[in-house]
Design a protein around this ligand. Structure first.
Ligand SMILES: [Zn+2]
Ligand SMILES: [Zn+2]
Length: 269
């Protein structure tokens, strides 16, 4: 238990089946480790996803729900999904549209279809007045072009950042926050650490991307990542910036709360 630490995990897939055995206990462990809020993106192409996140959000006021269709599932996006997202936004059931974006590494949907799915969901976010959670892998230039082409001005989070500084700079200029995951702790991530050292402190966030990408020292042997582990990424980021862990945590939590105001009751749940 860390009584003073105040961290936000800005991206955790607690809807995934990996958390079926202990979803609520996972949140409690995070709160005990100093996490005060968790943003959970649901995927509306998976029937079990949104109900799992909605149930958590109902039980824990600082578990915040988002919803979208991931780049991987872009080819499955239908008009019904877009209507569902608009309805969720109108009902106040989600705080952001996401995660949405482009992934040219896995390339699980054709690029033009990924861009079209991103464009249509940016339009839903604009209509709803919500920020977005963007995923970008080897697709930074197209992310920037699509955000510009759609005239999207709602801001949000560029999550699990792995792109270059030019992409970070372009998205910072467009009002986005840049969120770093456990990748930052990996020995080979020197270039990413250079970018992370340059992002203005008032635009930084940290995340786990659970159940994926467990940070060092939890990495390895297929171990499940969980929001409590976000402290390890925050520790590395603090070191890069010459800050104490508490100061880095305070800054990233303030950044998050500026975009997604929440009552800091997490530790008491
Ligand atoms: Zn992602
Ligand atoms: Zn994700």
């Amino acid at each position: 238990m860390n009584a003073t630490l105040s961290l936000v995990d800005s991206h955790a897939h607690l809807d995934m089946p990996e958390f079926d055995p202990d979803r609520a206990d996972t949140v409690r462990r995070a709160f005990a480790a100093g996490v005060v809020a968790i943003l959970c993106p649901a995927d509306v192409t998976r029937a079990a996803s949104l109900p799992a996140i909605a149930a958590l959000a109902a039980d824990f006021p600082t578990v915040l729900a988002a919803a979208g269709v991931h780049a991987h599932q872009a080819k499955d996006l239908t008009s019904d999904h877009l209507r569902e997202l608009a309805g969720l936004a109108a009902a106040g059931a989600i705080r952001a549209v996401g995660e949405i974006g482009l992934d040219y590494h896995y390339d699980l949907s054709p690029k033009d279809i990924q861009i079209e799915a991103l464009r249509r969901q940016l339009a839903v976010a604009t209509e709803a007045g919500l920020p977005v959670i963007l995923h970008s892998r080897l697709s930074g230039a197209d992310i920037v072009d699509t955000v510009d082409g759609e005239g999207f001005r709602g801001g949000g989070i560029l999550h699990c950042f792995t792109e270059d500084w030019a992409t970070a700079r372009a998205m910072l200029d467009r009002g986005f926050f840049v969120s770093f995951s456990g990748i930052l702790t990996f020995p080979k991530a020197a270039a990413l650490r250079e970018v992370a050292a340059k992002v203005p402190l008032d635009r930084l966030l940290v995340e786990t991307d659970s159940p994926y990408l467990a940070p060092v020292p939890y990495r390895g042997s297929g171990r499940r990542n969980e929001p409590a582990f976000v402290v390890e990424t925050a520790r590395v980021l603090a070191g890069l910036r010459g800050l104490s862990l508490d100061d880095l945590a305070g800054a990233t939590t303030r950044n998050f709360a500026g975009m997604f105001p929440f009552e800091k009751t997490g530790g008491q749940c």
